[in-house]
Design a protein around this ligand. Structure first.
Ligand SMILES: [Zn+2]
Length: 451
């Protein structure tokens, strides 16, 4: 970059590359937990090194979960489905080793196939994976597995292990940041929705997975589901991963799957838990609760095609699939956001704005369309409107330093150097390193506000 992005923004000459950089800048959450030493494993009672106290787990969860859920296009706007998931999860969690954690569960509007949990038990299940399952016992297996991660405190342990590695090297606390900024296309791939889970969610070890499986099976069988629901779920996922490669990449990278896991669960279901085999899998109830979602199946399939085409830089193909998705479901929030991203990637900012405006109308409280709209308006030199959207976003999803960075650019556009400097400083106090931090520091230097 030969000219500062703030200057280019104020002249309205942001290139497509700048836009991608801005979008890339806003997608790497950072966690700075405090060291809290050893704790007893809640399940085995053994001492394990954990980097997080229970209060840390709750704080990280509260801070990060809303942002990740928004990355996945927010909770589905189907209250009865969310209530159903919440109640079911609550029932299983009540039988877990940490029944007092603040558990919650919602279906997310994302299309990729995955489920994840934050360390205090905020669980998200994508509509993509809900469509792959066909009975409640499988869902119970999925929830049991996620609850297993919370109960065995896998996030806290992982932070503990990486902190030790980090302490050896630098003697300072851990910083988590993993994103590929090298490629012009990395942000668009992230936009495609396949990536997104923060580093804290990524990659449990195989041992963690085994432990979550076996805890999960005990929990779900304990509330009366046939234990085979868990192995059935794994079978479905393994089969789908060969039929629809790509869609399950995130699932398998955050929860490594193996034949061995599947075989173990099958053995346990027909061995130790054989008595649960006569219980109902509750297929009808699951089908009733997901009826609304299943009506969207054709649109979701088109969106999945569109997302994969975007990830492969095949924009006309993506456009075609997303057009077809919107024909089938014109008011689908995810479909509208994806189409807006596809327009941004093709440098069609006015078109993108129209889709974002529609997305804002169909889901006024969800943050992602506000954020994209703020960035896209910035790209069109509509600084005051951009600022308005970004302020709304900051209200809906507080605590995101990237918003300060973007607000600084809008202040620059409005020739308000003092306010811009303030926003850059706020950004730097949260994110002292990286491309955007360098940019912020250079701006402050060029104004003589820091040495
Ligand atoms: Zn897992």
């Amino acid at each position: 970059m030969n000219q500062p992005i703030g200057e280019r923004a104020s002249r309205g000459s942001l290139t497509r590359r700048d836009m991608l950089w801005l979008i890339g800048v806003v997608s790497a959450p950072a966690v700075l937990p405090t060291l809290s030493g050893c704790a007893a494993h809640p399940v085995t009672g053994e001492k394990v090194l954990v980097g997080l106290s229970e209060q840390d787990e709750i704080n990280i969860d509260r801070k990060q979960a809303p942002h990740q859920f928004s990355n996945d296009y927010g909770a589905v706007q189907d209250d009865s489905l969310n209530r159903y998931l919440g109640e079911m999860n609550g029932r299983i969690a009540a039988r877990s080793h940490r029944p007092k954690m603040p558990y919650s569960c919602r279906a997310l509007n994302a299309n990729y196939v995955n489920a994840y949990t934050f360390p205090a038990g905020s669980i998200g299940i994508t509509r993509g994976i809900l469509l792959e399952m066909d009975n409640e016992a499988q869902l119970a297996g999925l929830l049991g597995h996620e609850l297993g991660h919370v109960n065995a405190r896998h996030s806290a342990q992982r932070v503990g292990q990486s902190m030790v590695a980090e302490l050896v090297i630098t003697g300072v606390s851990l910083a988590v940041a993993a994103s590929d900024r090298g490629s012009d296309w990395a942000p668009i791939i992230a936009l495609g929705g396949q990536i997104g889970a923060s580093a804290l969610l990524a990659a449990y070890s195989r041992d963690n997975e085994r432990e979550a499986d076996s805890l999960g099976m005990a929990y779900m069988a304990g509330v009366g589901y046939p234990a085979s629901g868990m192995s059935e779920l794994m079978g479905v996922l393994v089969r789908q991963s060969s039929e629809k490669p790509g869609l399950l990449d995130t699932m398998f990278s955050s929860h490594p799957m193996s034949e061995e896991r599947l075989a173990t669960m099958r053995r346990e279901a027909s061995g130790r838990y054989a008595a649960t085999g006569s219980a109902s899998v509750q297929r009808e109830r699951y089908m009733d609760q997901t009826a609304g979602l299943r009506k969207l199946r054709p649109a979701i399939a088109d969106q999945q095609t569109g997302e994969q085409a975007m990830a492969r830089k095949r924009l006309p193909e993506a456009q075609q699939a997303l057009t077809s998705a919107l024909k089938a479901a014109p008011d689908d929030y995810t479909g509208l956001c994806l189409m807006a991203k596809c327009q941004i990637a093709q440098n069609r900012r006015a078109e993108a704005q129209a889709y974002l405006a529609q997305a804002r109308r169909v889901y006024p409280t969800e943050g992602q369309a506000m954020q994209l709209s703020g960035i896209n308006l910035l790209g069109q030199k509509r600084f005051a409107e951009s600022q308005q959207e970004l302020n709304r976003y900051a209200q809906a999803l507080p605590g995101d330093p990237d918003t300060d960075f973007l607000l600084a650019l809008t202040h620059e556009g409005l020739q308000n150097r003092q306010a811009a400097a303030q926003s850059y400083r706020r950004y730097l106090s949260a994110v002292p390193q990286g491309d955007a931090a360098r940019h912020a520091t250079n701006r402050l230097k060029s104004w003589g506000m820091v040495k």
